[in-house]
Design a protein around this ligand. Structure first.
Ligand code: DCP
Ligand code: CA
Ligand code: CA
Length: 366
């Protein structure tokens, strides 16, 4: 079997970088994006911070009041999380990256694995060029930087990506994997959390190399058979997990709250159109056609109603979604008396088309 070439792409300080993208004046200032719990003005936690803020010791997970204190006297900007905006940007980047891979697996909002073995015919030199090309395209066209790790499997690729941020590119060839992993602290291994690391520390296991050399039988006794074997293999740089497209969704839906409760069809349809557009974007990206369109209405008594219609033939265009939503809402309002509080649109019964490998240029040309 040909050796695999796997990449892990991880977007840099992602939520904060998205904020810089829409407001470039932020770039030189400390930027903190946080979830405000709302109890007091400063209660809540930091989601992420840009690298300017990180110099002051501000990072994901710390309380906002602490971040404020550490950034006192600076021009720091604090912003609430705008998940929808970050997701839109993430979708565009993911779409662009997908075209570079033989197989593609998105992991969360800011990471993806790419198996590029065929694309670059197994050559690590070519992988480096490909990674640079990806970085340039996404930076130039979408304005976002990310870090890439390249390795013989997912585990090494991920660890490599983590080792150089931001805007990093780290290559670890198969024959270098052991030497690369060995000196790293054991908690850098995927799956070794704080508690496990502490337990390993007591056993004298400080580095990944220590773990690699530790008796596997003993590891199985200490951590259970599965985990013990995993730790042993992982520490030795062995990982056979394939890069796999996440299981395709059964349906795609969007739901939103109206500004005011209403029975006005046009107001409802305006929101439904926005939702349809978002759904359509996702469909196009995934190369899916649908047969069923549904609507969801959550009424003032908080009851949830849904209606749907199914077509004979699959469709993939925006107009079909909008038209069906219009008909369904029209009919629904005729049957119900309460005002509508939230509206949703859903498409389902997918069939997948031949997804032509769209070139990056054609995508960015939109
Ligand atoms: N995130 C969060 N709360 C956390 C950790 C992360 O809300 N405790 C969010 C905000 C991040 C995003 O997830 O932008 C991605 O997480 P990463 O761990 O990849 O961190 P960043 O992308 O922010 O920074 P880095 O440059 O280190 O990758
Ligand atoms: Ca990440
Ligand atoms: Ca990241």
């Amino acid at each position: 079997m040909q050796a695999r070439v796997i990449m892990l792409v991880d977007f840099d300080y992602f939520f904060a970088q998205c904020e810089e993208l829409r407001n470039p004046a932020l770039k030189d200032k400390p930027v903190v994006v946080g979830v405000y719990s709302g109890r007091t003005e400063d209660s809540g936690a930091v989601s992420t911070a840009n690298y300017v803020a990180r110099k002051f010791g501000v990072k994901s997970g710390i309380p906002l009041y602490l971040a404020k204190r550490r950034l006192e006297g600076t021009e720091a900007v604090f912003l609430p999380v705008d998940y929808e905006f970050y997701e839109q940007i993430s979708d565009k980047i993911m779409h662009a990256l997908r075209g570079y891979a033989d197989s593609f697996e998105q992991v969360g909002i800011d990471e993806a694995y790419l198996d590029v073995t065929q694309k670059i015919q197994g050559s690590f030199e070519a992988a480096s060029d490909l990674a640079k090309k990806m970085k340039n395209e996404v930076k130039n066209q979408l304005g976002i930087t990310f870090s890439v790790g390249v390795g013989p499997n997912k585990l090494v690729a991920k660890t490599a990506a983590d080792s150089q941020k931001p805007d990093g590119l780290t290559l670890v060839k198969p024959e270098e994997a052991e030497r690369f992993l060995s000196p790293l602290p054991v908690d850098r291994l995927v799956g070794v959390g704080r508690k496990t690391a502490a337990k390993m520390g007591e056993l004298g296991i400080k580095t990944i190399g220590d773990l690699a050399r530790y008796n596997v039988q003993r590891l199985m006794e200490l951590f259970g058979k599965n985990l013990g074997v995993y730790f042993h293999n992982a520490a030795n740089g062995t990982d056979n997990e394939p890069v796999q497209e996440a299981g395709e969704a059964e349906s795609i839906s969007r739901i939103a709250t109206l500004k005011v409760n209403t029975r006005d069809l046009e107001v409802i349809l305006e929101k439904a159109s926005q939702l349809s557009e978002e759904i359509h974007r996702e469909l196009a990206q995934k190369g899916l056609s649908f047969k069923q369109v549904g609507i969801i209405a959550i009424l003032t008594d908080l009851s949830s109603k849904s209606r749907s219609q199914t077509a004979e033939k699959p469709a993939k265009d925006l107009e079909t979604i909008k038209k069906a939503a219009r008909e369904l809402f029209e009919k629904f309002l005729g049957e119900s008396e309460l005002e509508v509080r939230r509206v949703g649109v859903r498409v389902s019964q997918f069939s997948k088309e031949e997804r032509e490998q769209k070139k990056l240029t054609s995508f960015f040309g939109n």
